[in-house]
Design a protein around this ligand. Structure first.
Ligand code: FCB
Length: 448
């Protein structure tokens, strides 16, 4: 036992390829939708991009040693599809596979278990040009890429996640357009949901083998109604449907939620694809939960916020409500009990299924002191509160198997660029110097 956690508990930190690697043109990597998007003026808050990021492509060994020195025993990273299959389909790039082999071997040499995510949003640009996640072919290309990658690396990587947060890929990528590819197709974004989940199912079917564990990382969250009024309760049902049930139910029960398909006018389209459900709902070895905050929603009369450019297609009039909770720099309310709530919800759908917290963290405007340290007390407090929830659950016998902090390093935070820092390790982007923040020092002492 370490501080109330069993000795087999997984303690890790997470990153994602485009957010940390840089080296976007090195060793045969092809362009992804995030290269295109980040280089489009006006898309990224501070005008930056991931061309260099944390230069993790060249510094991964140092970063993994840092992770191990904190007492962490697992590293969740993502594999960049455009490094492995630079044009999305067809020719495989051996240099890409070599890079992730070296990365995984470096983990193992440091006593760190690699947890690989196959898709953390960097779709090869040629596949977007051919329709992206709105077309079925992308799911099949994802299967091919997953199979090639797994074949090459399954001796060193034993924990696999297919997708990261398909809600974001579908509804920020094709709904609100806040994320790459920046398209706004209204309720058609539900086609992306289905093709992402189908891609997951096809990939899982192609790669599953004995002696390894396979899962997916989702971003479900507790959704509360602002009041007991029928309109607010219906708003909560709708957003819970889009955010949670639209993903959890097909994956864990093999069925899409009928009310969500009705809300979005997609019942007939999904009915024609019912034959895909057994693949999508095939058994998983674990589910990863990325948790940041709960959401409280209301449906004010008559307010429709730009239909067609919304992350909640078919429910555009629903608004998020400020409940007065303290917030991080992202404006995300802090409520650690929400982590318990969402894990319990999933556990009810799939009792016994092992769960991991695959991301959890907070952004704050860190400053380096005159002594060269970063005293991120607010992040430390956030981390401590959420770790405490995990500890309670584990002590109750709940099947929670691990916790990954988001993120190991400050990095390129998507549409926010470098203007939001989530790392437990600070990165000076001018020099690439790493500074272990107080939150990470707390974690190291906690695990020691
Ligand atoms: C999640 C993403 C991750 C990071 C955090 C803050 O939605 O999976 O890449 O950006 O949010």
């Amino acid at each position: 036992m370490t501080n109330g956690f069993p000795s087999g508990f997984t303690w890790g930190a997470a990153t994602a390829s485009y957010q940390v690697e840089g080296a976007v043109a090195s060793d045969g990597r092809g362009p992804s939708i995030w290269d295109t998007f980040a280089h489009t003026p006006g898309r990224i808050a501070d005008g930056t991009n991931g061309d260099v990021a944390d230069d993790h492509y060249h510094r991964f060994a140092e970063d993994i040693r840092l992770l191990a020195d904190l007492g962490l025993n697992a590293y969740r990273f993502s594999i960049a599809w455009p490094r492995i299959v630079p044009t999305g389909s067809g020719a495989v790039n051996p240099a890409g596979l070599d890079f992730y082999r070296r990365l995984a071997e470096t983990c193992l040499e440091n006593g760190v278990t690699p947890y690989a995510t196959l898709y953390h949003w960097d779709l090869p640009q040629p596949l977007e040009d051919a329709g992206g996640w709105l077309v079925r072919d992308t799911a099949e290309r994802f299967r091919d890429y997953a199979a090639v990658t797994h074949d090459a690396l399954s001796d060193v990587i034993k924990h696999w996640m297919t997708l990261n947060e398909p809600w974001c890929s579908a509804f920020l990528g094709y709904g609100s357009g806040e994320h790459a590819p920046g398209r706004t197709v209204g309720t058609e974004a539900l086609k992306a949901v289905h093709h992402l989940l189908l891609g997951h199912g096809l990939a899982l079917d192609a790669i599953r083998s004995d002696g390894a564990a396979y899962g997916i990382a989702l971003n479900p969250a507790p959704i509360h109604a602002a009041s007991d009024s029928p309109a607010d309760r219906d708003a909560a049902r709708r957003i819970d449907g889009l955010r949670n049930r639209l993903f959890l139910e097909p994956l864990l029960t093999g069925r899409y939620p009928a009310d969500v398909l009705e809300d979005t006018g997609t019942t007939a389209w999904f009915a024609e694809r019912e034959a895909d459900l057994p693949l999508i709902g095939a058994p998983l070895d674990f589910v990863g939960v990325n948790y940041y905050c709960p959401t409280t929603v209301a449906a004010p009369d008559g307010l429709i916020s730009a239909p067609g450019t919304s992350s909640q297609p078919g429910s555009e009039n629903v608004v998020a409500v400020d409940t007065g909770l303290p917030e991080t720099q992202m404006g995300w309310p802090i409520q650690a009990s929400g982590l318990r709530d969402i894990l319990v919800t999933i556990n009810k759908l799939a009792p016994e299924l092992p769960l991991y917290v695959t991301e959890n963290g907070s952004a704050y405007p860190d400053v380096v002191t005159a002594d060269g340290t970063v005293e991120d007390d607010e992040r430390l407090d956030y981390l401590r509160r959420h770790v405490a929830v995990c500890k309670d659950l584990v002590s109750e016998g709940f099947p929670l198997k691990g916790y990954f902090a988001w993120s190991l390093l400050d990095n390129f935070e998507w549409a926010w660029g470098h203007s939001r820092r989530f790392g437990i390790v600070y990165v000076d982007y001018a020099t690439q110097e790493r500074i272990v923040k107080k939150s990470a020092r707390w974690l190291r002492d906690f695990l020691a």
